[in-house]
Design a protein around this ligand. Structure first.
Ligand SMILES: *[C@@H]1O[C@H](CO)[C@@H](O)[C@H](O)[C@H]1NC(C)=O
Ligand SMILES: *[C@@H]1O[C@H](CO)[C@@H](O)[C@H](O)[C@H]1NC(C)=O
Ligand SMILES: *[C@@H]1O[C@H](CO)[C@@H](O)[C@H](O)[C@H]1NC(C)=O
Ligand SMILES: *[C@@H]1O[C@H](CO)[C@@H](O)[C@H](O)[C@H]1NC(C)=O
Ligand SMILES: *[C@@H]1O[C@H](CO)[C@@H](O)[C@H](O)[C@H]1NC(C)=O
Length: 655
C-alpha cells in the first residue's frame, strides 16, 4: 500500500482540480500531473466503481487506490505501454477485488504493482500473466492463505525482486517449484502471518541464492529440538533475517539458532522479543546466556538488533558467537547489570547502543574486554547512571562518540578517553567541569546543556580543550563568575559555536563580573544569549568577536541598545532581538553592523515616540530582512496601543 502521507498529499490536488474543470464532459474525477518527467494519473479516493476509460495513453504512474473497483480484467485497462507503476490498493468501497486472467497484459512495462489492503483479494491463477518486467509486487493485507505460494501464481514474474505478503493468513511457508526460476527475488516479506514452522525442505525452491531480506517477524513460529526439523535455510544466504516480535524465550531462541546453524546471516533483527530476558522484577523467564546464540557462531552476523526487549543482565560471554559483529543494539531493554566478560569475543565491534536501560553505575570489568577493539560509538543515554568507577572506560582508545545524555551524573567521569571527539553529557546534574581535560582532551563537540553549572568562569576551563569547536551550555544555572579564572589567558581560539541560552548571565554582568569573557574568541560564528535576563549589554562585551555571524539575544529584558553595543561585529549577518522590550531604539546601534542581512524584531515592544519614525523609515528603505512576527511590533503608547497602519500614520503626522 502507498504510505498514507502520499495520499494526503495527493487528495487536495485531485479534489481541487476536479472543481476547476466542471464543464468538461464527461467530467473526469482524475488529475494528471507531471513530476520528475513522469506522467502521473491520480484517481485516488474518487468513489470509482471501475477503471476510468479515459486514461492518457502515456501515463507512467496510475494511482487508483481507495476506490470501489470490484474487478479488473485485461479489458479494464486501455493500452498503457509506458505504465511503470500501478496502485490498486484498498478498494474498500467494493468489499473485495478480483483480478482476472492476465489483467495487466496491456501494460507489459509494469515494474511495480500495489494490490495491498484489499481484504478479500481474489486472484485468477494467471492474474499476473505477461508481467515479465514486474519487480515489486505488494500483496499485503489481502486475506491470502498459503495457496498464494503454492499455485504457480508468480510463474511469469521472472524479474520479481520484492514480494510483500505481510498481514495475511499464510500458515505454511512452502513456495512451489515455480519460484526456482525467479532468481531476482531477494526481498520476501511475511510478517504478521500465521506461519508456525519452517523446516528442512520447505524453502527448497529458494535455494542457491541470497535473500537480502527475509522478514518472518510476528509469526507464531516454533522450533523444537528434533531431528525432523533440519535447517530450512540450507544453501540460502541471508542479508537481513527479521525474527522480531516473537514470543520465544531463551530456550526457544537457542533451539532456533542451533537449527539454522551454518547459515550466513549479515543482519539479525530480534527486537521486541517479549519473552527473552527476565525483565525487571520477573523471575520466571531467563536472560540469554553463552548458549543462547551459540548456533550462530559461524553465521558471520555483523549487525544485531536486540532492542526493546526484557533482558535484565548481560551474562558472561553472551555474545561470544558474534566474532564479526560491528553493530550491537541493546537499547530499550531492562539491563541493570553487565557481568564481567559480557562483551568478550566482540573483537570487531564498532557501535554499541545501551540507551534506555536501567544501568545505575559503570564498573571497570564491564567494558574491559572491549579494550583492544575498534569500538567507536557508545550510547549510554537515558539510563540512571550516577556513578562511573575510576577508569571504567579507560582503554577504549578508538572511542569517538560517547553519549551519557539523560543520566544522573554529578561530575565529569573520571575516565580517560583520548580519542573522544563527540561528547554528549546533557541532562545530568553536573555542577562543575573538573577533570574535563583529562576525560576527553580532543573533544570537538561538547554538549553540557541541562546541567547544574553555576560558574561562567567554567567557560575558560572548558576552553582548555584546544580542539573544541561546538559548545552547548544552555539550560544551566550560570549566575556568577569566579574571578580566579578571569585572569587566565583564553586558549579556545578555535571555538565556532557557543550556546549560553537559558542561564542567568544578566546578573553576572550587572555586578560587573567577567565582562571580558568573550575576549579571544575571534573565530566564533554563532553566539546564543537567549533567555538570560539581560537588561543591558556591557560596553565592549562583544569587542573580541570579530568573526561573529549570528547573535541571538531573544527573550531578554533589553530596554535599549547603546550605540556602541555592537562595536566590532562587522561580520554579523543575523541579529535576533525577539521578545525584548526595546523602549527606545536609536538606529545608531546598527552602524557597526555593516554585513547585517536579517534582524528579528518580532514580539518586541516599542514606545511610539519619534525615535521610532527613524526605524520605520529605515525598515522601508533597507534590504536587511526585518522579521516583525505575526502581529508586528506592538506599541506601548502613552495612549492606547495602535495597530501598525495607524502607528505609521501617527508617526508621519506627529514626527
Ligand atoms: C516499454 O517502454 C519503452 C520506453 O521506456 C518503450 O520503448 C517500449 O515500447 C515499451 N514496451 C512495450 C512492450 O510497449
Ligand atoms: C561453533 O560452536 C561449535 C560447538 O557448539 C564448535 O564445534 C564449532 O567449532 C564452533 N565454530 C566456530 C566457527 O567457532
Ligand atoms: C540507540 O538507540 C536509541 C533508541 O533505540 C536511538 O534513539 C539512538 O539513536 C541509538 N543511538 C545510536 C548511536 O544509534
Ligand atoms: C538559542 O537558544 C534558544 C533556547 O533557549 C533556542 O530556542 C534558539 O533557537 C537558539 N538560537 C539559535 C540561533 O540557535
Ligand atoms: C543592499 O543593496 C544595495 C544596492 O541595492 C547593495 O549595494 C548592498 O550591497 C546591499 N546590501 C546587502 C547587505 O546586501
Amino acid at each position: 500500500m502507498l504510505p498514507s502521507a502520499l495520499l494526503l498529499l495527493l487528495l487536495p490536488l485531485s479534489s481541487l482540480c476536479s472543481t476547476l474543470s466542471p464543464s468538461i464532459s464527461p467530467p473526469s474525477p482524475c488529475t494528471s500531473l507531471l513530476t520528475q518527467s513522469r506522467l502521473v494519473y491520480i484517481c485516488q479516493a474518487q468513489g470509482l466503481r471501475s477503471v476510468p476509460s479515459l486514461i492518457p495513453p502515456h501515463t507512467q504512474v496510475l494511482l487508483l487506490a481507495f476506490n470501489g473497483i470490484s474487478s479488473v480484467s485485461q479489458f479494464s485497462f486501455p493500452d498503457l505501454p509506458l505504465l511503470r507503476s500501478l496502485s490498486l490498493g484498498a478498494q474498500h468501497l467494493a468489499g473485495s477485488l478480483s483480478v482476472g486472467q492476465s489483467a495487466f497484459l496491456h501494460s507489459p512495462n509494469l515494474t511495480s504493482l500495489d494490490l495491498g489492503g484489499n481484504l478479500n483479494l481474489r486472484l485468477h491463477p494467471e492474474a499476473f500473466g505477461g508481467l515479465a518486467q514486474l519487480e515489486v509486487l505488494l500483496l499485503d493485507s489481502n486475506g491470502l492463505d498459503e495457496t498464494v505460494l503454492e499455485s504457480g501464481l508468480f510463474r511469469d514474474l521472472t524479474n520479481l525482486r520484492k514480494l510483500d505478503l505481510s498481514f495475511n493468513r499464510i500458515r505454511r511457508l512452502r513456495p512451489d517449484p515455480s519460484f526456482f526460476p525467479l532468481t531476482s527475488l531477494s526481498y520476501l516479506i511475511l510478517k504478521l502471518n500465521k506461519i508456525d514452522s519452517v523446516c528442512g525442505e520447505d524453502l527448497r525452491s529458494l535455494r542457491n541464492r541470497k535473500l537480502e531480506l527475509l522478514d518472518l517477524s510476528s509469526n507464531p513460529l516454533h522450533f523444537t529440538d528434533s531431528p525432523s526439523c533440519s535447517n530450512p535455510f540450507r544453501d540460502i544466504a541471508l542479508g537481513t533475517l527479521d525474527v522480531s516480535s516473537m514470543d520465544w524465550n531463551a530456550e526457544k531462541v537457542e533451539t532456533f539458532f542451533r537449527t539454522i546453524s551454518g547459515t550466513k546471516v549479515e543482519r539479525l533483527k530480534m527486537n521486541h522479543a517479549a519473552a527473552l530476558g527476565s525483565g525487571f522484577g520477573f523471575h520466571n523467564l531467563r536472560d540469554p546466556d553463552e548458549d543462547t546464540f551459540s548456533g550462530l557462531n559461524s553465521s558471520e552476523v555483523w549487525a544485531l538488533d536486540l532492542s526493546h526487549g526484557f533482558i535484565s543482565q548481560l551474562a558472561p560471554r553472551v555474545f561470544s558467537a558474534f566474532s564479526r559483529l560491528i553493530s550491537l543494539d541493546l537499547s530499550s531493554n531492562k539491563i541493570n547489570r553487565i557481568r564481567p566478560g559480557a562483551f568478550s569475543g566482540l573483537g570487531e565491534l564498532v557501535s554499541l547502543n545501551l540507551s534506555g536501560n536501567l544501568l545505575g553505575e559503570l564498573l571497570s570489568p564491564s567494558f574491559q574486554v572491549l579494550c583492544p577493539t575498534s569500538l567507536q560509538a557508545l550510547d549510554l543515554s537515558s539510563n540512571h547512571i550516577g556513578a562511573i568507577q575510576y577508569g571504567a572506560l579507560d582503554g577504549l582508545v578508538a572511542l569517538e562518540t560517547l553519549s551519557l545524555r539523560d543520566n544522573a551524573l554529578t561530575r565529569i567521569p573520571s575516565v580517560r578517553l583520548p580519542g573522544l571527539t563527540l561528547v554528549l553529557l546533557s541532562q545530568n546534574r553536573i555542577s562543575d567541569v573538573y577533570g574535563l581535560s583529562s576525560f576527553s582532551p580532543r573533544t570537538t563537540f561538547l554538549d553540557l546543556s541541562g546541567n547544574r553549572l553555576t560558574d561562567l568562569g567554567s567557560l575558560w576551563e572548558i576552553l582548555e580543550l584546544r580542539s573544541l569547536r561546538y559548545l552547548l551550555l544552555g539550560r544551566n544555572r550560570l549566575s556568577r563568575c569566579s574571578p580566579s579564572y578571569a585572569s587566565r589567558q583564553v586558549p579556545g581560539k578555535g571555538l565556532l559555536y557557543l550556546d549560553l541560552s537559558d542561564n542567568a548571565l544578566g546578573g553576572v554582568w550587572k555586578s560587573g563580573q567577567c565582562k571580558d569573557i568573550f575576549q579571544g574568541l575571534g573565530q566564533l560564528e554563532s553566539l546564543n544569549l537567549s533567555r538570560n535576563h539581560l537588561s543591558s549589554l556591557p560596553e565592549d562585551l562583544f569587542q573580541g568577536l570579530t568573526g561573529l555571524q549570528a547573535l541571538d539575544l531573544s527573550w531578554n529584558d533589553l530596554r535599549g541598545l547603546r550605540s556602541g553595543a555592537f562595536l566590532g561585529l562587522s561580520y554579523l549577518r543575523s541579529l535576533n532581538l525577539q521578545g525584548n522590550s526595546l523602549v527606545t531604539l536609536s538606529l545608531s546601534f546598527l552602524v557597526p553592523l555593516t554585513s547585517l542581512e536579517s534582524i528579528d524584531l518580532s514580539e518586541v515592544t516599542f514606545v511610539c515616540d519619534c525615535g521610532l519614525r527613524e526605524l520605520w523609515d529605515w525598515m522601508g528603505a533597507t534590504n536587511v530582512t526585518v522579521q516583525l512576527g505575526g502581529r508586528t511590533a506592538s506599541c506601548m503608547l502613552p495612549s492606547p496601543t495602535l495597530p501598525e497602519p495607524l502607528l505609521v500614520t501617527y508617526l508621519q503626522e506627529n514626527c
